[in-house]
Every structure is written in C-alpha cells, then in structure tokens.
Design a protein around this ligand. Structure first.
Ligand SMILES: [Zn+2]
Length: 139
C-alpha cells in the first residue's frame, strides 16, 4: 500500500519549523549542519571534503557551490561595518575622531570577512541543505 502522492514523505524526521533552525544553529557553532559533528574545518579558511561524522560532501559536489557563501560573507561584513560605524558616529557626535574612525574602519573592513568566513561557509551549507535537502550523492 502506498501513500497518496500529496502526502509528505516520512524521510524528514524533524518538524519543518524546527529543522531549519537546528541546521543554522549547528552551522553557527561551526559544526556539520546535517549531523552536528564538530571538526568540519581543515583550517580557518578551508572545509574538509567530507564531514567526519556523517560523510556529507561539504561542497555538495557542485562547482561554485560556495560562491553564495562569499556573497553572504560580503553582505554580513558590510552590514556589521555599517551598523558599527553608525553607532560609533551617533555616540560620538559632534566630536567624531575622524582620523581614528578612518583607521578603525579600514582595519575592520579587512579583518571582518576573514573572521566571518568559516561561519558564512557553514551557514551557506545549512541554507543549501534547507532549500535543497540531501541527495544520494551527498555522502
Ligand atoms: Zn555530518
């Protein structure tokens, strides 16, 4: 006996509302979004080819998979910069130390993408798993 075609498949164990939050939460902890295993980073700038816990292919086997991660990294770094700069300017107004603002802003613009990079890669992987669930070739 088979289920009618309009019913959801039982392969997704978690409720739809909880699963994306769990995937993103694991990614923000730099763990595998699929299973929660730590150690998916080879170093700060490189992911391992596969998750050591569940063998998920971390680039999902598609060329250019992490171009989206670069875009997310840039957007988040720029947003944090803009919010931080506005907060600083509003707090210091009208006696803004412009020389210091210039030096700190340049430093922040250079360092923020590097600090955020592994988080944006894992979050991008989680987002990809949310919108394009695991396929047989992912492991
Ligand atoms: Zn895993």
């Amino acid at each position: 006996m088979t289920a009618p075609p309009h019913e959801p498949t039982p392969s997704i164990a978690l409720p739809a509302a909880a699963r994306p939050a769990q995937l993103i939460g694991r990614a923000l902890l730099l763990r595998c979004p699929a299973c929660g295993t730590p150690g998916i980073l080879r170093n700060w700038l490189t992911l391992r080819a596969r998750c050591p816990g569940c063998a998920l292919t971390l680039d999902r086997g598609t060329p250019g998979h992490f171009v989206g991660a670069y875009l997310v990294n840039l957007i988040i770094a720029e947003l944090l910069f803009a919010v931080g700069l506005m907060a600083w300017l509003l707090a210091a107004w009208p006696d803004v130390p412009w020389d210091l603002v210039e030096r700190v802003a340049v430093f922040a613009m250079l360092i923020a993408p590097l600090v955020l990079y592994p988080f944006t890669r894992t979050v991008w992987l989680a987002a990809d798993l949310i919108f394009d669930p695991q396929r047989p070739g992912d492991r």
